[in-house]
Ligand binder design. Sequence first.
Ligand SMILES: C[S@@+](CC[C@H](N)C(=O)[O-])C[C@H]1O[C@@H](n2cnc3c(N)ncnc32)[C@H](O)[C@@H]1O
Length: 348
Amino acid sequence: MIKYLGSKRTLIPRLLEVFGALDPKPTCIADLFSGTSRVGHACKKAGYQVISNDHNAYAETLARCYVQADLETHRAEAGLRIEQLMALSPQAGYFTKTFCEESRFFTPKNGARVDAMRNQIAAWEGAGLLTEELKAILLVSLMEAADRVDSTTGLQMAYLKSWAPRAEKDMELRMPEVLSNGKHGTCTATGIDALDAARACADSADLVYLDPPYNQHKYLGNYHIWETLVRWDAPESYGVARKRVDCRERSSDFNSKPRIASALHEVISACLAGQRVQHLVLSFNNEGYLQREDISAMLAPHGTLDVIEVDYKRYVGAQIGIHNPKGKRVGKPGKLRNTEFLFVLSRS
Ligand SMILES: C[S@@+](CC[C@H](N)C(=O)[O-])C[C@H]1O[C@@H](n2cnc3c(N)ncnc32)[C@H](O)[C@@H]1O
């Protein structure tokens, strides 16, 4: 899966343990800020029905592939089409120009293959040959292949001054780990605002998992290339990182210090508006805009609240220190670890 800020990769065993110990036992889990879909994928694999949501198109696509699509339906055709994509000749276009010439996120040889493959996916789609899920599987295969040969530290705000060794390798597509149908029913993915998703799942999920952004780091700006790859809309771009212009307008209240508390409060209230949702599990850390006490105060009136503390490795920027635009280190690495909180609410 792709490199992602705030990904819960190492927290997944703990999350599954917490979900599995709840009483009454949940069968349908809604993940309203799904990001890479790692959590939803692990839940589907563990047999839960999963509803995934994230407001960015690349994340919705990841969820369609890892949560909504079922292996039995798509394995054969996806495998065949991935082979066909791999056989295409390079064809430099918007992606190469924007992300390999005007910036240096990928080598031009890999960029031209991305252009050729993405155009082919668009052509298949235009000819009515792809279902929504098959298209998502192909896009995720391409996104992950590009991620394995990028020249970044895992964020698309900037690229490395010299090519990362992995960037010189030839890009290679693989079949994503699409799962078999969950035993509890059809899994779904949407790409809407978390508040609308909370309203929509209040009558269908018995557990809601919330993993919102904690601070000012915007996901669209940090993963703008995946958004453009998925949307394939050749947007006007700006700055050294050639971000899509809509990065300036599209925003999330969860990245705003004055707005995050009311945004989270609204989402929690919407989840708990009906009787169906029995448990709410929320991830946050000790370096975000909200304090442990703020979140406890929002949740505690609704039932029994447990707060689990997990010692966690901080994001990559903290590990390598602060660099100026020329790549020279100008600050020391910060703290290497922080505390991840898991707020576990069970309704009384
Ligand atoms: C901390 S990340 C989630 C990481 C995810 N649990 C994982 O393991 O990959 C937060 C996610 O919230 C999404 N997001 C931010 N604001 C949102 C909103 N208002 N509605 C829906 N999704 C939002 C971002 O796109 C980002 O993917």
